[in-house]
Ligand binder design. Structure first.
Ligand code: 5AD
Ligand code: SF4
Length: 358
C-alpha cells in the first residue's frame, strides 16, 4: 500500500475512534502498532476526548500505603513475600486516621487505602477503619487491598467504602499464571465483577512492558477494561525491581504505555485515568505526557516519610517528600500545560457514552 493511503487509513481509524466508534480487537492492535510519527495524532485525539468527556481539571486522590506486607509472591513486585531484604511495616489505625486527616486538610477529597495482600487487616479492622475515616474526615474512600472474599467486599461497602482498585495486571492467562504463582486469573475477574455488581466504582488496569507481552495481549487488556465497564483505569509501565526474579529486565518504553493509555481513553470515553507514579518514574516528562494523552487524575502519596521508601514496589519511585510540597510542584507543572487541579470528588460521570445509566 502506498504510504499516503496507509496514512489516510490510520488517520481515519483514529478519527472514527475519536468520534466514539467502537474499536474492534484488530483496530486496537493496529493502533498499538502504528509507526511513531502517528503518535502525536493519536495522543491529540485521546486528549480531545478527555477534554469533552471529563473536562480539563485534574482530579486528585491521596494515597496511604498502610502496609507493605504481602502474602503473594508476584515475580515483578518488590513487596513479594520472598523479598527478605525489605523492611516491613504496618501503620496503626491511629496513624492511618491521622494521615487521612492530613489529606482532608490539604483539600484532597478522596483517600486511597493501599497495601499488599495482608490478612492481618481482618474484615473487622478494615471496616472499623472505614467507619472512622468516614466519621472523622468525610473523605471518599477507595480501597486497594487485593483479592478478598465476597463477604468482605459487602462488609466494606456497608461500612462506607465507595471505590475499589484491583488491577487485572495482564489479560494473558498464561502470563498471569507465570507472574503470579498460585493465583488464578478467573478469580481476579470474578472479584472485579462482584465489586462492580455491588456498586463500587471499580478500577482495573495493567502493566505495560512485561516480558512476553505482545500488542495482541495489550489489546485484550484494553478489551477487559471495556467489557468490565471499569470506572477507573490504572495503566503503568513495568519497572524491573532488583530484588525480584525479573531483576535486570529493561523497559524504557514510555511510548507504548502512552499509546495504551490513549487507546483506553478513546475506547472507554469517560473513565478516570491516572497519570501513574510509575510513568513519572520511568521518564521525567511521563506524567505530563500522560495528562496530554488521555489521563485526568493524579494520586499524590501521603504515606508518612518513615514508611514511604519501604513501599518499594519498583525502584526509583518519584514522589518522595512531603505531599503538600508534591502537590504545589504538580500544580506548577500542570499550569505549564494549561490545566488546573480539581479539589472535588471527581466521580465518573453518571452516564457513560452509550447513554447507559449506572
Ligand atoms: N513495575 C510497575 N508496577 C508494578 N506493580 C507491582 N510491581 C511493579 C513493577 N515492578 C504494580 C502492579 C500492582 C501494584 C501494586 O503495583 O500493577 O497492581
Ligand atoms: Fe503483593 Fe500486589 Fe505486589 Fe503481588 S503485586 S506481590 S499481590 S503487592
Amino acid at each position: 500500500m502506498p504510504i499516503s493511503k496507509y496514512s489516510a487509513n490510520i488517520q481515519n481509524l483514529i478519527d472514527k475512534a475519536k468520534g466514539g466508534k467502537d474499536l474492534h480487537r484488530e483496530d486496537i492492535i493496529k493502533l498499538l502498532k502504528i509507526p511513531a510519527d502517528f503518535s502525536p495524532y493519536l495522543f491529540a485525539a485521546a486528549d480531545r476526548v478527555r477534554h469533552e468527556q471529563v473536562g480539563d481539571e485534574i482530579y486528585l486522590r491521596g494515597i496511604i500505603e498502610f502496609s507493605n506486607y504481602c502474602e503473594r509472591n508476584c515475580l515483578y513486585c518488590g513487596l513479594r513475600k520472598s523479598n527478605s531484604s525489605l523492611s516491613r511495616y504496618r501503620m496503626s489505625e491511629d496513624e492511618i486516621i491521622a494521615t487521612a486527616k492530613k489529606i482532608k486538610q490539604t483539600g484532597v477529597p478522596t483517600v486511597v487505602l493501599q497495601s499488599g495482600e495482608d490478612s492481618f487487616y481482618s474484615q473487622d479492622i478494615v471496616c472499623r477503619l472505614i467507619e472512622r475515616i468516614r466519621k472523622e474526615t468525610d473523605l471518599i474512600i477507595t480501597l486497594s487491598i487485593g483479592e478478598r472474599a465476597l463477604n468482605d467486599y459487602k462488609a466494606f461497602q456497608q461500612a462506607g467504602a465507595n471505590r475499589y482498585l484491583l488491577k487485572h495486571e495482564t489479560a494473558s492467562r498464561e502470563l498471569y499464571k507465570y507472574l503470579r504463582p498460585g493465583s488464578d486469573w478467573e478469580n481476579r475477574l470474578q472479584c472485579l465483577r462482584s465489586l462492580k455488581h455491588l456498586g463500587f466504582e471499580t478500577g482495573t488496569g495493567n502493566m505495560v512492558g512485561l516480558p512476553g507481552q505482545t500488542p495482541e495481549i495489550l489489546a485484550d487488556d484494553l478489551l477487559v477494561m471495556k467489557l468490565l465497564d471499569a470506572d477507573m483505569l490504572g495503566i503503568g509501565p513495568f519497572i524491573a525491581h532488583p530484588g525480584t526474579p525479573l531483576a535486570g529486565l529493561e523497559n524504557d518504553d514510555l511510548e507504548i504505555t502512552l499509546r495504551v493509555l490513549a487507546v483506553a481513553r478513546l475506547l472507554t470515553r469517560n473513565t478516570n485515568i491516572p497519570a501513574t507514579t510509575a510513568l513519572a518514574t520511568l521518564h521525567p516528562q511521563g506524567r505530563l505526557q500522560a495528562l496530554q494523552a488521555g489521563a485526568n487524575v493524579v494520586m499524590p502519596d501521603f504515606t508518612p516519610e518513615i514508611y514511604k521508601s519501604r513501599y518499594d514496589i519498583y525502584p526509583g519511585r518519584k514522589d518522595v517528600g512531603e505531599a503538600s510540597e508534591i502537590i504545589s510542584h504538580l500544580e506548577r507543572d500542570f499550569q505549564t500545560i494549561g490545566r488546573t487541579m480539581l479539589y472535588s470528588v471527581g466521580n465518573r460521570p453518571i452516564e457513560n457514552y452509550n447513554g447507559i445509566r449506572h
